[in-house]
Design a protein around this ligand. Structure first.
Ligand SMILES: [Zn+2]
Length: 832
């Protein structure tokens, strides 16, 4: 699945949208567009809860049509979502979705920010959301984002007035934005943040409404629109060759882990914004009405504006470098102004435009993708001026890399390549490259971030800066590039990767949850991976009380960086039911290492290295089972087969082409993976084979599917229809409705205790209608809601059994929840 999707991405998406490390190489028309943006001093902040909530059409419109500085503040990183492209869930999915948002913003021209709120899963009401999040901290982060970004206009994706009608995170995002609007200009509110970034009053706040919020297009057509601002967002941008709707779709299609591929649209399209607070715009088609967005906004900026207006007017598409002298003049004037918000922003924008107009290529490339502290690295610098602009390189410096001490200033003559190699440099202690918000252990609702300057940032940038001191047209202009790594791939050609600092040694336990169904001892491999050449030391495996591990200590010695060595420890569980954690601890010299390195590698985002605690959960469960050979039909991707192997089942994957009754006969039970009826088109034609298998005495267990977007409505041999019923509180009471039923008694006796310590949720998309042959086994509900009975439905059909379950076994089994194993074993054992 993973490989197939990876191949698809390579062929379907233009490489210009890949890899942020790749230097931007704008065309003359794109440079012109950036000059137009240089001449707009206004900003807009879009606020919602998750990656993929944002309206890319409006963000692209604000960025590319209005040319405003535009950002999306997503309160969370989307950890609680589902992953359609690979096995990563929770925090690792949050890392992917953070990068998908950055890829989306590179496409639509916006910027990206976050808060420390963790997407802990589905929440039905903002009261619950704001109790699990630390409301005060999230509000502080929204205030921080506004004071730092200083938007003129704020747009909420969701309505703050209808709690309970959508995801609690959604309504909370709007409520917090609404509240923050009145706090941000008051220096007594969050005074620490005011001290750091000053106060700020946005001009107006909107809610990005649409007909959808009115129930129907008809209702919306009839509604009073005097309080709405209407903007035309369907324009075509000749300089980009794309319509706004086409850019919006390219951007939205970056949410690949959510399967949000989107097809571009052309032609007129109106967006509606309901005015909530601030000054109502007199011109109801202009969000920035009454706001000075010219250079005059900056004290002393008018003269700069006059120069840059001419640059825009006289821009030569055949030779953008003709603008360099005027741009440099504007840069020089700007540097004379007192420090200010817009000065900082426009200085960076101007530097980028100057470099682009002169075709100036600057790069610092490391000779390896990662280095351990004290490890040696060589960095090669390249500088090329590909125009007639008058440029000289006066120095190359870096706080972390040593370049030759005596640097001879060098004129960068037209199209003459200049390179410089650093001496082999030994990195001193520096923090490891890993997502900053995952470095400390947070709570269910919040990430913990020690350094307040990092709060809100999508990721840490420019950790390894190299400064190029240039003289352009006689004016000193420093430009900074972050060290990157690149290599040549025989298929893809030039591939860029982030350059990183990683530990000299990491460890991992290949299985994250080890289930011991008996007291039998087991060999547990610990994989030690070298982050540098010639690393050796000792390893121990820390274990919970009552368990034993031998040997106590082992030596490892690895010659080459990247190479692995496997150490085998023998683990013996206690007699009685018990849970705990195994943690490898490696010692090299005086340094201890307890991290695992996880590499996330997809084509639409940069390679991500994530350091997580190296550990595995061990569970001794009292479990009985019947049947031996299970067939598994993969859906959207889950790790249930690995869990079943742990308790001693033989599991065989059944590809769609092999779903036919003669082949299915060999299995004691067949399990259908999550969302198979949403993602595997062949399921529409294979159901009769599965039904025949049941009729002839087989057991078929179907796990959850979403009620919308099914490839067939007939996913059972008997009438059954799915709904959106779900129970999100993992601690909600479970009532056993059919206590005498076989699945509650054989071979394991299931009691309500088996529903203790479940994680994230009980289940989702439960059926709400079924034929009388089905027996509903369990009743459950979230607080204040009617009881659902569709979580686990069992029907005998022919000589066999059909079971539909929306219970979240795909979360509970990988998390090592004993009761979930005992119940699943009963489902597999039915009729045997
Ligand atoms: Zn959402």
């Amino acid at each position: 699945m993973r490989t197939l999707l990876a191949i698809l991405f390579v062929y379907t998406f233009s490489t210009s949208y890949l890899h942020s490390q790749q230097p931007q190489k704008p065309t003359a028309s794109e440079i012109f567009q950036n000059i137009q943006k240089l001449n707009f001093l206004g900003s807009a902040l879009y606020i919602a809860a998750h990656p993929d909530d944002e309206n890319t059409r409006l963000i692209s419109f604000l960025s590319n049509d209005v040319k405003a500085r535009t950002a999306y503040l997503s309160l969370t990183r989307g950890d609680g979502g589902q992953n359609l492209i690979g096995p990563e869930i929770r925090e690792l999915l949050g890392v992917i979705r953070t990068q998908e948002l950055l890829a989306a913003r590179r496409t639509d021209g916006g910027l990206q920010y976050f808060t420390r709120a963790n997407d802990f899963g589905y929440s039905k009401h903002p009261d619950e959301t704001l109790a699990i999040w630390n409301k005060n901290e999230v509000l502080a982060d929204v205030v921080r984002a506004i004071r730092k970004f200083k938007p003129d206009v704020i747009v909420n994706r969701f309505d703050h007035r209808n709690p309970g009608s959508t995801h609690g995170h959604h309504t909370s995002s709007a409520m917090l934005s609404f509240e923050a609007f009145d706090l941000v200009n008051d220096p007594t509110q969050y005074p620490e943040i005011a001290k750091e970034y000053g106060t700020w009053q946005p001009k107006r706040l909107f809610f990005n409404t649409s007909w959808w919020f009115y129930g129907s297009r008809e209702n919306f057509d009839k509604a009073d629109k005097t309080n709405l601002v209407e903007v035309e967002t369907g324009n075509f941008y000749p300089s980009l060759g794309l319509s706004n709707g086409e850019i919006a779709s390219l951007s939205r299609s970056m949410h690949k882990s959510q399967g949000f591929g989107s097809t571009g649209s052309r032609g007129s399209e109106t967006e509606y914004l309901e005015f909530l607070k601030g000054d109502f715009p007199k011109d109801r088609t202009n969000l920035f009405d009454g706001i000075d967005t010219s250079w005059s906004r900056l004290e002393g900026g008018a003269a700069i504006g006059a120069i840059l207006e001419k640059v825009e007017k006289n821009f030569n598409f055949k030779d953008p470098s003709e603008s360099v002298p005027q741009l440099v003049q504007a840069y020089q004037l700007l540097q004379k102004l007192p420090e200010s918000h817009w000065k900082t922003i426009k200085t960076e924008e101007l530097k980028a435009v100057i470099a682009d107009c002169s075709g100036l290529f600057l790069e610092a490339v490391a000779n390896q993708a990662s280095v351990a502290p004290k490890g040696a690295v060589v960095v090669t610098v390249e500088a090329v001026n590909r125009s007639s602009a008058n440029i000289a390189l006066n120095a190359v410096t870096s706080p972390i890399i040593a370049f030759p001490a005596t640097f001879v200033p060098t004129p960068l003559k037209k199209n003459e390549r200049y390179t410089l190699e650093s001496s082999e440099y030994s990195f001193s202690a520096t923090s490891y490259s890993s997502p900053y918000w995952l470095k400390e252990k947070g709570t269910l609702g919040m990430y913990r971030v020690e350094d307040p300057t990092l709060i809100g940032l999508p990721e840490q940038v420019n950790q390894f800066p190299v400064k190029f001191l240039l003289t352009i047209n006689g004016v000193e202009i420093p430009m900074v590039r972050n060290i990157v790594y690149k290599y040549n791939d025989p298929v893809d050609g030039e591939v860029y990767q982030p350059f990183e600092v990683l530990p000299e040694v990491t460890s991992s336990l290949p299985e994250k949850v080890l289930i011991f169904a008996s007291q039998e001892e087991r060999e547990v491999p610990v994989i030690v991976r070298a982050g540098r050449d010639n690393v050796s030391g000792t390893a121990i495996l820390q274990h919970p009380e009552g368990w034993t591990v031998t040997p106590k200590q082992q030596f490892f010695e690895i010659t080459n960086k990247g190479q692995e060595q496997t150490l085998l420890f023998t683990v013996t569980p206690p007699k009685q039911q018990s849970e705990g954690t195994l943690r490898p601890l490696l010692q090299v010299g005086d340094t201890f290492h307890d991290s695992e390195l996880i590499t996330i590698d997809y084509d639409h985002i940069p390679v991500q290295s994530v350091l997580v605690p190296s550990e595995a959960k061990v569970v001794r469960i009292d479990i009985q089972k019947k049947g031996a050979h299970i067939g598994y039909i993969n859906g959207a991707g889950d790790t249930v087969p690995e869990s079943l192997k742990q308790i001693g089942y033989q599991v065989t994957t059944i590809p769609p082409s092999e779903i036919y009754r003669e082949n299915l006969k060999q299995f004691d039970a067949i399990v259908v993976g999550i969302r198979a009826y949403n993602t595997v088109p062949e399921m529409a034609f294979k159901q009769q084979e599965l039904n025949a298998y049941v009729e002839n005495g087989g057991t078929l267990i179907v796990q959850y599917n979403t009620s919308r977007g099914l490839v067939t409505d007939a996913l059972a041999p008997l009438p059954l229809s799915l709904s959106r019923d779900r129970v999100t509180d993992e601690e909600s009471e479970v009532r056993i409705l059919a206590p005498k039923h076989e699945v509650m008694n054989t071979p394991n006796t299931i009691t309500t205790k088996d529903f203790d310590n479940w994680v994230q949720e009980r289940g989702l998309y439960f059926p709400n209608e079924w034929s009388e042959e089905f027996t509903p086994i369990l009743g459950m509900n979230d607080e204040g809601e009617p009881q659902t009975k569709g979580a686990l439905l069992v029907a005998s059909y022919g000589k066999g059994y059909y079971i539909y379950t929306g219970l979240s076994f795909f979360r509970e089994l990988p998390a090592g929840v004993p009761g979930a194993y005992r119940l699943f074993a009963n489902l597999l054992s039915i009729g045997k």
